[in-house]
Structure formats: C-alpha cells, structure tokens
Design a protein around this ligand. Structure first.
Ligand code: FMN
Length: 209
C-alpha cells in the first residue's frame, strides 16, 4: 500500500514538473498559425480600436530585430477620425480623375487607409537597412494585431501623397525626427470581411545542395 502511495506521489510530482518545464504545444504553433491566417483587410467596422491594443502592437513592432540595434525608426499612431477624414479629403482632391483615383474611389471608399479607424505610420532614417528593419517591424505589428483580434493592411499608397505638396501638412503632423522618411502605413481595426488566402508561389523556395 505504502509503495503504491509513493509511486503515485512520484508520478504526480513528475507530471507537475513536466507541465512547468515543457511549453504547451499550442503556444509553439500560434506564430505559424497567425502567419498563415493573416490577410490584408480592406473593410473595417467603425468600432474604435482600444489604445491599449494599439500600444501593444506598436511595442511588438519595435521588439523586431534591427541592424546593430540602432532602432533608427519611428512609429506614429493615428486614431483620430477627424485627422483621418481631413487627410482623406485632401487625398481625394489630389487623385480625383487619375487612374489611382478611379481604382480607389469606389462606392465602398470611406477613407484612404482602406476604411480603417486607425493607422500606424512607420518611418525610418534613410540607410541600407531601413527597408528591412521597418519591414520586420511592420510584420510584428500585423501578427500581434492578428493575435489581438484586429485586422490590418500594409499600405504603400499613402506615402506618395504624404510626400507631395498637398500632403505636407499631414506629414508634418506625424512629427517625425529630422530627415526620417515615411516607409509605409498600416491600416488597423476590427475586420468587416474575411478574405480568402491569396495563393503563394512555392517554386520561389529552393534548397541549395
Ligand atoms: C510594401 C507593401 C505595400 C502595400 N501597399 C498596399 C496598398 O497601397 N493598398 C492595398 O490595398 N494593399 C497594399 N498592400 C497589401 C498587399 O496588396 C497584400 O499584402 C498582398 O496582396 C497579399 O495579400 P495578403 O496580405 O492578404 O496575403 C501592400 C503590401 C506591402 C507589403
């Protein structure tokens, strides 16, 4: 009887130790799951995004690896509807009647950030590594947003406008460090669509023997 009791206690102790030492298998797979389930979202609910969540994704962004840990980047979060609408009005004025305008100004158009209630701008000091640093930062933002139940869309199209004469005021509002250049924006909000995955060409991957 005593021997059985000791065996049970030993087994229970071993199990507890194992639970502490070995991470849950789900935790191991969550990053991969997020990578494959993320989609570019272009329709959003009008529900505002909690600032705590915006800060969480921004912090995940700057946790990214970056060349020599110089962190020569800047992240600006805008969740003001007034700012987004006013920037959009100036943008619409500048693209009306152009091919870009024809492409973007459809019936579903609500704002230039793919109708998102918030947008994260990513800028960097120009350098050979700026694109890589900011790209990784951006993916960290998008994957962590996915984990928090938010949709995102990386946007290159606002950059041209923000760097143009009509966009000067809006670029200035971002208060970027001297010499920094806007790299891209990330639309962020609660998704109002569930797009299918866009196929990827696996022939782009090859082992080198
Ligand atoms: C650098 C960059 C710029 C992009 N610019 C835009 C854009 O201006 N407008 C847009 O709707 N999507 C933009 N996208 C999103 C891509 O169209 C999208 O990632 C691609 O079609 C693959 O779809 P998925 O993200 O759903 O997998 C951009 C993505 C990247 C990485």
């Amino acid at each position: 009887m005593k021997q059985i009791l000791i065996t049970v206690i030993l087994c229970a102790t071993a199990l507890i130790a194992l639970r502490i030492a070995v991470p849950k298998p789900e935790a191991k797979h969550s990053v991969l799951e997020a990578i494959h389930a993320r989609r570019s979202i272009r329709e959003y609910k009008t529900t505002p995004v909690e600032r705590e969540k915006l800060l969480t994704v921004a912090k995940a962004g700057i946790a990214a690896p970056n060349a020599m840990n110089r962190q020569a980047w800047a992240v600006r979060i805008v969740d003001s509807k007034e700012w987004i609408d006013s920037c959009t009005a100036a943008f619409v004025e500048s693209v009306k009647g152009t091919p870009l305008g024809d492409h973007l100004l459809t019936d579903s158009f609500r704002n230039m950030f793919r109708n998102a209630p918030a947008v994260v701008f990513v800028a960097a000091e120009p350098s050979a590594y700026a694109g890589v640093d900011c790209g990784i930062l951006g993916q960290n933002i998008m994957l962590s947003a996915y984990e928090l139940g938010l949709g995102t869309c990386c946007l290159g199209s606002p950059v041209g406008f923000m760097n143009s004469e009509k966009g000067t005021k809006f670029l200035a509002d971002l208060n970027l460090p001297e010499g920094y250049q806007l790299q891209f924006a990330i639309a962020i909000g609660y998704a109002d669509q569930s797009p299918e995955a866009k196929p990827r060409d696996e022939s782009k991957i090859a082992f080198v023997e």
